[in-house]
Ligand binder design. Structure first.
Ligand SMILES: Nc1ncnc2c1ncn2[C@@H]1O[C@H](COP(=O)(O)OP(=O)(O)OP(=O)(O)O)[C@@H](O)[C@H]1O
Length: 317
């Protein structure tokens, strides 16, 4: 059982509307300390809006949150010195050098003169920026800007780091390196809330919530979510995947068919017996040659399963 003090973010019924649009809908959230908690969701699912509310930048329409023991929205100003916030836009000053960007942030957080030099040098080394201290931030690559943005976000040693799609502008190697840095931060006690729409990133989180159109549709560790999809998964390698997909999608027993490369992932509710035999016999009956096998749910399958019944376009308000 988790003690309340082990919870960095405790949100209850957090909601935000913009006019008629409900961007975040009665969100309950419990984010444990010193862990990486992911927000997975497609564009427009409410990830940024939630993060901005949890930073105290945006006032909820209803509901409340306790973040690091501070009540939001009432005491948002007290929270600012204790959190770091980084968005996909990186918010760097392109016409300042790497060092000047860090010094500017040190001024903003009033970091004592006698500490700041050592702290900045440590971060320059740790984030592979030492050689670039004199380079203008605007001339750096996406991966280098990301490292500098992270260094700026952690300069004042925040207890909580809120990262809004921090890897969307960088290549896979930079993403991997970035995640290694996040694990190092979590190991040293920092709580991290990170939004993403990449499944591989979601898989690395200790826990995650899946958001769909402003609603939390799943919450748990990646392994828990995978265990509890409520679906059998049949993988189909068919000679004619297009025809196979068309045929299988029409079956009332099949919840979803997704093509991944040359393979199809077929989701069948657990209540429907003999899923493998069902798929195989359907394909055989229509003379579609295929290898079929039962397989374990992936996080992508979880995502498909939990968003199956979500309202489609125009039905959010
Ligand atoms: N200031 C605003 N005014 C009006 N609508 C807004 C505002 N901010 C966000 N929205 C709307 O709220 C919904 C949720 O947006 P949000 O940016 O939180 O989603 P997201 O999951 O972060 O998406 P993305 O991955 O594209 O950043 C969207 O439909 C968006 O258009």
């Amino acid at each position: 059982m988790t003690e309340a003090s082990d919870i960095a973010i405790d949100a209850r019924g957090l909601s935000k509307s913009f006019g008629d649009l409900v961007a975040v809908d009665k969100l309950d959230l419990a984010v444990p300390r010193a862990r990486i908690y992911g927000f997975l969701g497609p564009n427009g699912s409410g990830k940024s809006t939630t993060i901005r509310m949890l930073c105290g930048l945006l006032k909820p329409s209803s509901g409340s949150a306790r973040v690091l023991g501070i009540d939001l929205p009432a005491d948002a100003a007290q929270l600012k010195p204790r959190i770091g916030y980084m968005t996909q836009k990186f918010s760097l000053y392109g016409d300042l050098t790497v060092l000047e960007n860090l010094e500017f942030i040190a001024d903003v957080y009033a970091i004592a003169r006698n500490e700041r030099k050592a702290r900045i040098n440590d971060l320059l080394e740790r984030y592979d920026l030492a050689e670039r201290r004199g380079q203008f931030a605007g001339t750096m690559s996406g991966g280098q800007k990301q490292r500098l943005a992270l260094a700026c976000a952690v300069l004042h040693k925040p207890e909580l780091l809120l990262l809004d799609e921090p890897t969307s502008a960088v290549d896979p190697k930079s993403r991997r390196d970035f995640w290694a840095k996040l694990f190092a931060l979590a190991d040293s006690g920092t709580t991290i809330l990170v939004s993403t729409h990449y499944m591989d990133e979601a898989e690395r989180c200790h826990r995650l919530a899946i958001l769909d159109r402003g609603v939390k549709v799943a919450d748990g560790s990646p392994a828990e979510l995978q265990r509890n999809t409520g679906m059998s998964i049949v993988e189909v390698l068919a000679d004619d995947p297009f025809r196979a997909q068309e045929l299988l999608s029409r079956s009332p027993d099949i919840a979803s068919v997704t093509q991944l490369g040359v393979r199809l992932r077929v989701l069948i509710p657990l209540a429907i017996g003999e899923p493998l035999a069902r798929v195989t016999s359907l394909l055989e009956k229509h003379e579609i040659s295929a290898d079929c096998q039962l397989t374990q749910p992936s996080l992508e399958d979880v995502f498909v399963a939990v968003t199956l019944n979500s309202p489609r376009d125009g039905a959010r308000t």
